[in-house]
Design a protein around this ligand. Structure first.
Ligand SMILES: [Zn+2]
Length: 266
């Protein structure tokens, strides 16, 4: 999945106060303007408000979640406001956003389902709401592990890592890996494989690989406060299994050629 020019046009058609910004970087399309909404989520007060935002959309990469910035300083750059240090909204883990968007994501759907609820929450807090009105948005980094564990239906960092590794490779290869559920069987022998199979249609293997690499970089398995032995519940992560993951990863690298055909002005 990649956001196309058509998807950007559709977004500008749906949100008439958004405009295309001048292109600053190849492969990046920015739109800016006003998102005005009137929303009454179930069990929550009706709020109407408007924010000036910029949305940065990568059109040169598959499965990339757009970054959204609020431009008037109404939402502070604070982890409690779910804003990342760079100023972009923390809309949940990339995997969570990807799953929320479904199999045929559009930018309009992204704004409707992820950005507007985020802005509603910011207004709701300014009106005295405490915490988060919807119970599914964790802080990006500390909450990422929780979020992945929930989505992947596993309970430790090590299992999360193994489940992500399985999503990076073809099912045939993944079936030979130890099952992330901790049953001690190979994935192919456990019904947990059906859960992973249900996630596969939502993104490409290169995308899952980026998620897995990002997860590795965050070193959830290595920090002292994580209190998890990285191998604790992986009884059978043999050198051969690791080699198979690496070999498959190299193959994916060779498969993955970002093109520039969608760049503005190219
Ligand atoms: Zn299992």
């Amino acid at each position: 999945m990649r956001f196309t020019e058509e998807s950007i046009d559709e977004l500008l058609g749906s949100w008439s106060r958004l405009r295309r910004s001048p292109a600053k970087e190849a492969g990046l399309v920015s739109v800016h303007g006003i998102l005005a909404f009137e929303l009454e989520p179930k069990g929550l007060p009706k709020i109407d408000d408007a924010y000036r935002v910029r949305i940065d959309i990568r059109v040169d990469r598959d499965d990339e979640v757009p970054e959204v910035f609020e431009l008037d300083g109404r939402i502070s750059r604070d982890v409690d406001e779910h804003v990342n240090p760079d100023g972009d909204f923390c809309l949940g883990s990339p995997l969570a956003v990807r799953l929320k968007l479904g199999r045929l994501p559009s930018l309009t759907h992204f704004v409707d389902q992820c950005v507007v609820p985020f802005l509603y929450a910011a207004s709701w807090r300014r009106k005295g709401g405490i915490g988060w009105p919807f119970n599914e948005l964790p802080h990006y980094s500390p909450g990422l592990l929780d979020d992945y564990q929930r989505l992947l239906r596993v309970s430790t960092a090590a299992s999360t890592r193994l489940a992500l590794a399985a999503l990076c490779v073809r099912p045939r290869v993944a079936n030979k890996l130890p099952c992330p559920c901790g049953c001690g069987l190979r994935l192919g022998k456990c019904s947990y494989r059906q859960h992973l199979a249900s996630l596969r249609p939502f993104a490409t293997r290169p995308y899952f690989r980026r998620i897995a690499e990002d997860f590795e970089r965050r070193k959830f398995c290595n920090t002292s406060d994580d209190q998890i032995d990285p191998q604790a519940d992986i009884p059978d992560l043999s050198p051969q299994a690791l080699d198979r993951i690496r070999a498959a990863s190299r193959h994916l690298e060779a498969d993955f050629h970002p093109t520039s055909s969608l760049l503005p002005g190219v």
